[in-house]
Design a protein around this ligand. Structure first.
Ligand code: SAM
Length: 321
């Protein structure tokens, strides 16, 4: 399963992906104001904080209540840190998220989320089929599979999992749930394996199905689009954005956003057919090309293997950006 995030096995250890590249990309200033929208277990947060002096500020956010509990415990007496439980898509609602010198999104799920059987993210453990990062909102993967129609399930598997057997799997799910609801990760993994067989060596046949359901249940791509807009608006001119993606659907959104190929909502209300030079509409410019983890990092932390890091800088539109 991709998008596994930064940490090694076990809740107590964590290895932030491409930490040095992130710090270099953000060009952290000691008295700067930084936003970490995906705290996880705080590997990147701590690395940024280490570079701040008493005038610096770090605003951190996560939609997972366990991650926020960890942050509250770790930074209870740290005056430079503010903590917020929520979706980074709504970062603009948080008054402190403004005049940022830098912002980081390290997308996907964390190792504690993956490794906790209760969360239902992984077919490696038998568990209730939940997959929500924020268990206080939205519907679980089991509820989605129970209530969606066959076409919608197939669309989700195709769009977010790039699963070529999406229709066949959706048909099998609907047939199965007529007998009894699919409630556990193992039931779903076995159903998919039974339906499409083992096609790829070293990859469980349910990998794409699990990725697709996770992306859908958490509205990961919609959150990313809204989050990028909110963060770009909150950066100062010259402020830096660093985003680590773990699959091509995310990376495409990040790349297009930086290039100024804004998704449809940004164009709403404009006359149809109006020719819009794309670059005029990007508040950002790319700093360098996409970066990837080194072989040594992947060897030390296999969960880093599909990471792609992009860095961008806020431009001043008045200055002709
Ligand atoms: C890969 S981990 C981050 C690891 C972190 N950088 C570290 O070094 O410990 C991703 C985290 O982002 C959170 N997350 C994912 N999407 C989010 C969103 N839209 N809003 C807020 N948090 C999100 C997840 O709950 C998870 O804790």
């Amino acid at each position: 399963m991709d998008g596994m995030g930064a940490m090694a096995q076990g809740a107590s250890t964590h290895i932030p992906v491409m930490r040095d590249e992130v710090l270099a990309g953000l060009a952290v200033r000691a008295d700067g104001r930084y936003f970490d929208g995906t705290f996880g277990r705080g590997g990147h947060t701590r690395a940024i904080l280490d570079r701040l002096d008493t005038g610096g500020r770090l605003l951190l956010m996560d939609r997972d209540a366990d991650a926020i509990a960890e942050a509250q415990h770790a930074f209870a007496h740290e005056p430079r840190v503010s903590i917020y439980h929520g979706n980074f898509a709504d970062a603009g609602d948080w008054n402190e998220v403004r005049d940022l010198d830098g912002a980081l999104l390290d997308l996907g799920v964390s190792s504690p989320q993956l490794d906790d059987p209760e969360r239902g993210f992984s077919f490696q453990h038998d568990a209730p089929l939940d997959m929500r990062m924020d268990r206080g909102s939205g519907i679980s993967a089991a509820d989605f599979l129970q209530s969606a129609d066959e076409r919608e399930i197939a669309d989700v598997l195709w769009r977010y999992g790039e699963e070529r057997m999406s229709r066949r799997i959706a048909r099998a799910i609907v047939a199965q749930r007529a007998q009894f609801p699919i409630q556990s990760t193992r039931e779903l993994a076995e159903l998919v394996e039974h339906t499409i067989g083992r096609r790829e060596r070293n990859k469980h046949p349910a990998t794409r199905t699990f990725q697709a359901l996770r992306i859908h249940v958490n509205d990961e791509l919609g959150s990313l689009q809204r989050g990028l807009r909110a963060i770009a608006a909150a950066l100062k001119p010259g402020g830096r954005l660093a985003v680590i993606s773990f699959h091509s659907l995310e990376d495409r959104i990040v790349k297009n956003f930086i290039r100024g190929e804004m998704p449809v909502p940004a164009r709403r209300g404009l006359p149809r057919g109006l020719p819009l030079p794309q670059t005029l509409h990007s508040p950002l410019r790319a700093i360098g090309r996409a970066q990837f983890p080194s072989g040594a990092e992947i060897a030390a932390n296999p969960r880093a293997r599909s990471a792609v890091l992009r860095i961008a800088e806020k431009i001043s539109l008045e200055a002709g950006g």
